[in-house]
Design a protein around this ligand. Structure first.
Ligand code: PEP
Length: 251
């Protein structure tokens, strides 16, 4: 089936309220590309303000993480219902910077994904292998274990996207070969089809890791790639919009 292209910006721990004008420029220009879904995921502190702008200019705003519980004694954490309350409609879970830097297991990621779906959010669930695993030819096996362990049982292909992000490609300027990207995306879709049946065909699988305006067209054109999760190049309209335009051309 035809899947709409999806380009998502992950602002990581960047962006004060002064950066919201940049988000507005992105949302406004993205309107010209109606075949592409675009979302920006800033830090918690600016979600509310960015969402207010997004309501005015038709943009989509997301979080970068959520706690598996809806509320409670979890100092410093933000829950999925809180994201909804702030105006987010999507959330990233299982980013490698959370899996590695905050010791998040597949179980943790699955619980976060389930909480997000239950709160009404869409989910972008990240998987990806470290360099040593890629170099030992174990990448597909490694990622399929992450998929098996972290994809929620409440699988909803319209509200769940997978982002394949090889850890060694994030923020490094390195990217896998197009054949490797296509093989991984095909393997992920195959594993989800084995588990969930034909619905897996509706789910979008994004590629992430050093996507920029120069390489977006070829990465987005690789087999089974339905969009991109973009870090560094999502912080400005000048760098992000060429990626949206590449997606629109392939759309
Ligand atoms: C990311 O952090 O999700 C990412 C893909 O980062 P970058 O585009 O900077 O490699």
């Amino acid at each position: 089936m035809a899947r709409r292209k999806y380009v998502v910006g992950n602002w990581k721990m960047n962006g004060l309220h002064g950066a919201i004008a940049e988000a507005e420029a992105i949302f406004v220009a993205a309107q010209a590309h109606s075949a592409v879904d675009v979302a920006l995921c800033p830090s918690f502190t600016v979600i509310g303000a960015m969402a207010a702008v997004a309501r005015r200019v038709k943009g989509t705003v997301g979080g970068q993480d959520c706690h598996p519980a809806a509320s409670g004694a979890f100092t410093g954490s933000v829950s999925a219902p809180m994201l909804v309350d702030a105006g987010a409609s999507v959330v990233i879970v299982g980013h490698s910077e959370r899996r590695e830097g905050f010791d998040e297991s597949d179980d943790d990621v699955r619980a976060k994904g389930e909480a997000a779906l239950a709160a009404g959010l869409s989910v972008i669930l990240c998987v990806g292998e470290p360099l040593a695993v890629r170099e030992s030819d174990g990448a597909i096996e490694y990622v399929l274990l992450q998929i098996a362990g972290s994809v929620p049982e409440t699988f909803d292909p319209q509200r769940l996207a997978i982002a394949y992000e090889p850890i060694w490609a994030i923020g490094t300027g390195l990217v896998p070969t197009l054949d490797d990207v296509a093989a991984m995306h095909g393997a992920i879709r195959g594993a989800l089809a084995d588990r969930f049946g034909a619905a897996a065909d509706e789910m979008r699988i994004l590629y992430g890791g050093s996507v920029n305006g120069d390489n977006a067209a070829e990465l987005l054109g690789a087999g089974d790639v339905d969009g991109a999760l973009v870090g560094g190049a999502s912080l400005t309209a000048a760098k992000f919009l060429p990626i949206v335009e590449a997606a629109a051309t392939l759309g």
